[in-house]
Design a protein around this ligand. Sequence first.
Ligand code: FES
Length: 571
Amino acid sequence: MNDLRSSQWYGGSDRNTYLHRAWMRRGFPSHAFDGRPHIAIANTASDLSPCNSHLDEVAESVKQGVYEAGGIPLNLPVPSLGETQVRPTAMLWRNMAAMAIEELLRANPVDGVVLLGGCDKTIPALLMGAASVDIPAIVVPGGPMLNGYFRGEAMGCGTDVWKLSEEVRAGRLSEKLFLKSEGSMIRSRGHCNTMGTASTMASMAEALGTTIPGLAGTPAPDSRLLETAHETGRLAVEMVAGGRRLSDIITRESFHNAIVTLAAIGGSTNAVVHLLAIAGRLGIELTLDDFDRIGAGVPLLVNLQPAGKYLMEDLFRAGGLLAVLQQVKDLLDPTAITVTGKPFVSYLEDQEVWDADVITPRNRPLQEDAGIAILRGNLAPNGAIIKPAAASPELMQHRGKAVVFDSIEDFHARIDDPDLDVDVTSVLVLRGCGPKGYPGMPEVSNMPLPKKMLQAGVRDMVRVCDGRMSGTAYGTVVLHVSPEAAAGGLLALVENGDEIVLDVEGRRLELNVPDEVLRERHVNAATVTGFAAPVRGWERLYVDHVLGADTGADLDFLVGSSGPDVARESH
Ligand code: FES
């Protein structure tokens, strides 16, 4: 018996190895079990995850590569999450998917895994689960969809939904035209084509070293996706032979590169919570402050929606992620390696930018300092985040009176009330949207502005929330406020009219209310805002164990790794 993990199932002549082999034969010849690597293809293809529905075809290319390199490929359907489809929010299920992926990989006779993801939560869940098993693993992001067009202009999925729906609310676009645009937005297979969470997490996977370099951002219909998927299958076999595990690739140094990348591409704020969770699985100490420190001074070089103008197809045409990172090579850690075993920075040598309006030169960045800012203060002692690249410069220093909403339902019920006491300087506060409070931490922090503000021509206001924001959204939004209201955060005690101070440069978020008043409010607070603990099922488990957004919102008992070994079996 060799030292392959799968040989623990198949190597030998006893009753159990007979059982394992016999039930797998079904067309496999006996030499399939002679000690060659068995590679799982953890496949999130699903008709109900439309952004991933093409992954079965990608899996076929991976299979060919695995066979070609002498391995045995095995399709392993794993939980999939369609961001736009699942209720109440896909984030509630990220940890469940990660837990299932972890257990499926550990329980089965596989030596390595190719992770096929795309839609927002799928790549984070795949990496979290694989990290806790720590076998050789390699990611194939499914790629973004092609640009959609409406009325002759490119449409960014997600971002343009928010924009157009605000136009309808402001009375500048008819509902008929709005609905007509619906069929134009999603032009092809693939995930969202803005620099939303899916594009960001594909870029994070590449910057962490877990993809073949140059793959992230390849449009889903582009034949080069299948070409690299084939290569990935080959590489997975080589990784098993070389004993290259995920923990050899994802290190503190590769998180450094991911954070620089996040700033340079103007990536989604959701990457913060996902990277923290992945780091937690690998026992790597990564904190919110690392995002501020490492991202500080990194220029924004990618002119993509929601921060800019173009879409992922344009980024690929302009040279792609590696051409972006070639310009900030000096900021990257040269020691971080990739799945190929070579340093990530070694792939940046010959990269060129073909369209300087899409990937701007380092000396002409879209923003000088695009890192995510971490705010602290009495309103967020554990931290809150803001994405300056998506915010309005004139609102970065702001003080205003709070207009408070206790839940997203409360918000929807009152935001367009003509009598709502709000003006352009107000700070919209939404609570009850953290991991525990909602539960699941939905993407609601980018609250639509009150109708009367929109009609007055206002396009941005300061918003503060303990939830998340869609990666395709924009605005001066303070999010991931920790601790959340439902976990005892001060956000629960904010009242209408309280002054809130936002100072992005000073990294402050303060509630300007005397301590003695807050103490009194605390005593009088009968229940935590809008929070009713679920009584059963996954939601119960989730609420009992979920950690704060400031550490990645994983479940406390899922942090860390249990490794690949299973000591017992019974038949
Ligand atoms: Fe799937 Fe945007 S909804 S990536």
